[in-house]
Design a protein around this ligand. Structure first.
Ligand code: ADP
Ligand code: MG
Length: 612
């Protein structure tokens, strides 16, 4: 479940305790001086913090903006209220409740548990909807689906009066039935923080974050992001349901507007202001927005009067504040105050990173039995344009094969076909005796054909080590051939050890390329398909890259298919070369043979001169 117990379990647990203690301690301190209304404010803050942490688990890890979590809250809130309110009370407000629910009474704990189960059932449905819509970070369909959920629950709450009591009366507990002590809230809050932190550090969390950073690259590394999205949704909704039950219980009432737009705005602003990719940020946002809302409410209240300001210092001021905070942060600091900073990981790095020792360079293992990649008669049409015409290549995993051709020749298209990202109009391809055409990219990657991209596609806000860990984790959990290298060994071998805690986005170009190669190697490939790994590099950098490609291929026992448009580079590295021009293979052979080929010289040098 975790790759590193100290980093992923021990420190997050300690950190969760610290966050919890700061929040509750601060709240108690504040409410100990002053009116009893302060205590209510603190209670509301703590409940909202649980809610926001619950939402963070989904939005933070998957990157999918959900407006629907408060809708799940509505479902849970009503389920809780309907089950927990005494039958005597129900007989006056919801006498005709369906399924004789008006005669049921559960203890608050049982009612809360059922509320969690009911919202989880709905979450499974919504989760499948999200998966079908191709949910990914920034996908509009997913956001619309969640917004629809919010709207539908609201309409049901208003109109299904037999169950909800409708718009005006709502469902209320009689006095004396609201929550008596804060202990359930404390328990739920600590649990929510801990679960959120452990989830983010878990393997599932890491793969979800990879999908968040780059959905296509995640698929190319063997991940099916919809799986992690579903898990994140369920964990997230369970916590949201607990928070909603507590909110209803604490206020002693529920009406359709309790879990609707205003509460959605409040919780999303808390999340965005603090930093949606961080649990610490979610809590910080909850505190800041609570303070801000209170202060604006105070300004708009009767105790403040500043001449000439009554047009702004009115009832709606705190809502204006929320809207302004949302807009301001979206424009000027969309990653929030702390971005993805986490207290426990900061503590971990402060205290532990000096203790990490670089592994020694791994020995080169015995090469595994060669396997063949065979591409037969692949033709690709893009609308009326034929990008590849009957292309056939064979490669053995003990070779380095070069693929050259001028820009637009179809090299990238061929790699897209082999990795399942473009469906060929005609043709087949095999790895060993396994036919792979038609398989989705993640299955092809797990089968052993692993690529890099012409335009780098790293998981940019993850660290160097996490980038490698992502594919290593996929290899591990799908029991791909036994690892001969650890994550740290791969990083060391790629020359990235000193940079292992850096974000991928902070690397220079050469190191980014190296990291992409390391990430591919960690998936235990049989073939590495490298799309212009040296493009944009100086000659010296290119030489270093060639060395690294060779060393990496040897150490993971993979063959290489490397694309370049630079004839010199490719002849320096390849055992055999295929030359592609205008979608056809025009020559094949050793570097010497290919260079001497008059057709290659004519076609290739002619157009290379034109493009370079
Ligand atoms: P190379 O990698 O050799 O430079 P590509 O494989 O990227 O060339 O492109 C080959 C040709 O196919 C180009 O003319 C390009 O414009 C076209 N092409 C590539 N991908 C698509 C696509 N998805 N839709 C339409 N045309 C495409
Ligand atoms: Mg290309």
């Amino acid at each position: 479940m975790f790759s590193n117990l100290k980093r992923d379990l021990v420190f997050p647990t300690i950190g969760s305790g610290l966050l919890f203690a700061m929040l509750v301690g601060g709240g108690l301190l504040y409410s100990s001086f002053g009116a009893t209304s302060r205590a209510d404010l603190v209670t509301a803050l703590l409940v909202n913090a649980i809610m926001v942490v619950g939402i963070q688990i989904f939005i933070g890890n998957t990157g999918i903006l959900s407006f629907g979590h408060v809708g799940f809250g509505a479902i849970a809130g009503y389920a809780f209220a309907v089950l927990a309110i005494a039958p005597a009370r129900k007989s006056t407000v919801i006498r005709n409740a369906p399924w004789n629910l008006n005669e049921v009474q559960l203890s608050p704990v049982m009612a809360g548990l059922v509320a969690v189960v009911v919202s989880l059932l709905v979450a499974v449905l919504i989760g499948f909807g999200l998966a079908r819509s191709g949910a990914a970070s920034g996908a509009v369909a997913a956001t619309v689906i969640t917004l629809a959920l919010l709207e539908v629950t609201h309409e049901l709450a208003i109109n299904w009066t037999d169950l909800t009591g409708g718009d005006r009366a709502g469902l209320s507990f009689r006095i004396g039935q609201t929550i008596e002590s804060r202990w359930p809230i404390y328990l739920a809050l600590f649990g929510a923080i801990l679960i959120a932190r452990l989830f983010a550090q878990s393997k599932t969390g890491l793969l979800a974050q990879a999908g968040r950073e780059d959905n296509l690259a995640a698929r190319a590394m063997g991940i099916n992001p919809t799986v992690q999205q579903m898990v994140a949704l369920l964990v997230s909704v369970a916590i949201v349901a607990v928070a909603a039950s507590l909110r209803v219980y604490q206020i002693g009432n529920i009406t359709p507007n309790f879990f609707f737009l205003e509460y959605t705005l409040l919780t999303l602003v808390m999340l965005i202001v603090g930093g949606r990719n961080s649990v610490t940020g979610a809590l910080l946002g909850a505190v800041i927005i609570t303070i801000g809302s209170e202060f604006t409410r105070y300004l708009a209240g009767p105790s403040v009067s500043i001449p000439g300001t009554d047009w702004i210092l009115r009832d709606g001021l705190s809502r204006i504040f929320l809207g302004a905070a949302m807009v301001g942060f979206m424009i000027f600091r969309s990653s929030g105050l702390v971005n993805d900073w986490e207290l426990d990981q900061w503590l971990y790095r402060k205290t532990q990173s000096g203790r990490e020792t670089a592994p020694s360079l791994p020995e080169v293992p015995e090469p595994p039995a060669p396997i063949r990649l065979v591409v037969e008669d692949v033709t690709v049409d893009f609308g009326g344009f034929r990008a590849l015409t009957s292309v056939g290549i064979t490669a053995s995993s003990d070779e380095i094969i070069g693929l050259i051709g001028p820009n637009g020749a179809g090299k990238t298209t061929l790699v897209n076909v082999i990795t399942g990202m473009v469906q060929p109009t005609e043709g087949k391809y095999f790895l060993g005796d396994k036919q792979l055409d038609g398989a989705p990219p993640r299955m092809i990657a797990r089968s052993g054909l692993v690529r890099t991209f012409q335009n780098l596609r790293l998981f940019s806000s993850l660290t160097v080590r996490q980038n490698v860990e992502v594919s290593w984790t996929v290899a591990e959990s799908h029991h791909l051939e036994k690892a001969n290298l650890s994550v740290d060994e791969i990083i060391r071998q790629s020359g990235l050890w000193e940079l292992r805690h850096r974000r991928a986005s902070e690397l220079d170009y050469g190191n980014s390329r190296r990291l992409e190669l390391a990430r591919a190697a960690a998936l235990r490939p049989r073939f590495l398909l490298l799309d212009e790994p040296t493009s944009g590099m100086s000659d010296a950098e290119s030489d270093r890259m060639i060395e690294q490609v060779r060393a990496t291929a040897r150490s993971v026992g993979a063959g290489v298919l490397v694309i370049d448009h630079d004839l010199n580079f490719i002849t320096g590295i390849s055992d055999r070369i295929y030359v592609l021009d205008q979608g056809r293979v025009i020559a094949e052979g050793t570097p010497g043979e290919v260079q001497a080929d008059p057709q290659v010289q004519a076609a290739y040098l002619g157009s290379a001169a034109a493009t370079d």
